[in-house]
Design a protein around this ligand. Structure first.
Ligand code: FAD
Length: 416
């Protein structure tokens, strides 16, 4: 560990690690101060008895340009969801085909009664518009709420309720679709240009791969940065540190506390994991709550996508409930099992509860206005920089871009 590094980075999430990697490539010395006992921040994977538990259901969209630039997808051994989704409504599972990536899917998609013919044509139009636009263009477009935009585009209320609400609600952690169209359009574009995947070793393999490029011992764990005055960082316990540059790569609420900015509002989520003897689905697809009844917004048999997530003979089921709920684990679990029994029959009662995660700050809220400008400044004052998903957008891509931007700002200032 360098005794007096040029740069101190607070936080070993994707933003901090990405920043560190760019500094390492430029031969700038740094030290990362991390409050927790490991790397990854919100992208971590726990292991127990042969199961892999991502800390909240989360996926990599392989089209993210920053991930494509930085990560070695082959080494991550990415396992892909089958394109499309199931949606539970009208008392049964309804399949929404992705006709672009399903052989013979066009006929099935147009025959299916999931969405009107006009809904399907509007999806075609939206998809082709978004694929023709660059990410930069999408983030500069005038914004409104996703719900209003879908309504103005003419999508039927039923289709919004059965597909867009649970699907994008699950990604943006916003069941009311109040989030900015900029984020919706960015995610839709990414979905249309790549796959939804998880690494065989769990989502935590993503930060681990970035960290593998950093010098040994460059991260100081279990060390909480308490306050930042001018260019002096004080750690819990009183130790104080200075450096030519300090990069705050903490999550939005913690970063706001350190640099004295207003705390961003948070989107929360709760994830329950169950083990089953058999996967309750015919194929590895996302399942959406299309009728809106019950707490579960989205559901996946993760081990059907990546068998490494469960020991042989077992299936790992992940269930996401938006928000963090006031209910106890047992109360919420009771409602979840009742809903799952409705979807999959009495077998759901045999699923074994494994663990749950309640994540208060899963993503910064991104209602219209929050992404204006699309990239918020990373230079706060001379010698102090800020990165994290709250600087770009709430995604793996956004966090990694912000880390690179902060490193570029440091390097530019050092070269003056
Ligand atoms: C459940 C869930 C599902 C998600 N789903 C997706 C998805 O499917 N696809 C997608 O692209 N994105 C998803 N996201 C969003 C994505 O994970 C985040 O946007 C991204 O990981 C944020 O990275 P970050 O480095 O900005 O922040 P963080 O990961 O929060 O990292 C910040 C780090 O700073 C440390 N820290 C904070 N304060 C201090 C301090 N005072 N001193 C020292 N260290 C400190 C923290 O311990 C943490 O390690 C999801 C997030 C969650 C939680």
């Amino acid at each position: 560990m360098p005794t007096s590094p040029d740069v101190l980075i607070i936080g070993a999430g994707l933003a901090g690690l990405s920043c560190a990697r760019h500094l390492a490539d430029a031969n700038i010395s740094f030290q990362i101060i991390e409050a927790s006992d490991g790397i990854g921040g919100r992208v971590r994977t726990d292991q127990q008895e042969g199961f892999l538990f991502d800390r909240g259901f989360q996926v990599l969209l392989t089209a993210y340009p920053e991930a494509q630039r930085t990560l070695d997808y082959h080494a991550l051994d990415l396992k892909k969801f089958t394109p499309g989704s199931f949606s539970w409504f009208a008392g049964r599972m309804n399949k929404l085909i992705d006709p672009w990536r399903t052989p013979g899917g066009w006929t099935e998609a147009f025959k299916s009664d999931f969405g009107t013919l006009m809904d399907k044509l509007r999806i075609l139009r939206l998809r082709s518009r978004l694929r023709r636009s660059s990410i930069e263009q999408l983030f500069q477009r005038p914004e409104t709420s996703t719900k209003d935009a879908l309504q103005s585009a003419g999508f039927s209320e039923e289709f919004v309720h059965r597909f867009f609400r649970p699907f994008f609600g699950g990604i943006l952690l916003d069941g009311e679709l109040k989030s900015s169209t900029r984020m919706f359009e960015f995610v839709f574009k990414m979905l249309s240009e790549g796959d939804i995947a998880v690494p065989a070793a769990g989502m935590g393999a993503i930060p681990a791969q970035i960290a593998s490029h950093l010098p040994d011992n460059s991260i100081r764990f279990n060390t909480h940065a308490e306050s930042l005055h001018e260019n002096e960082l004080t750690l819990a316990g009183g130790e104080s540190l200075t450096a030519r540059a300090i990069v705050v790569a903490a999550d939005g609420p913690s970063a706001a506390h350190l640099v004295g900015e207003a705390e961003p509002a948070s989107r929360s989520v709760t994830c329950f994991y169950y083990s089953a003897d058999e996967p309750p689905l015919p194929e590895p697809m996302l399942v959406l709550n299309g009728d809106g009844a019950g707490p579960v917004n989205n559901f996946a048999v993760v081990s059907q996508v990546a068998p490494t997530y469960a020991p042989p003979g077992k299936s790992l089921i992940s269930v996401s409930v938006l928000g963090t709920q006031q209910l106890t684990e047992q109360q919420l679990g009771g409602f979840i099992v009742a809903q799952m029994k409705n979807w999959f029959g009495p077998v759901a009662r045999s699923w074994q509860y494994l663990r749950s995660y309640r994540i208060q700050h899963a993503q910064p809220q991104q209602f219209p206005g929050a992404l204006e400008p699309a990239q918020r400044p990373v230079r706060i004052r001379p010698g102090v920089y800020l990165c994290g998903d709250h600087r770009d957008n709430a995604s793996i891509h956004g966090a990694m871009v912000s880390g690179r931007r902060a490193a570029e700002a440091v390097l530019a200032d050092f070269s003056r």
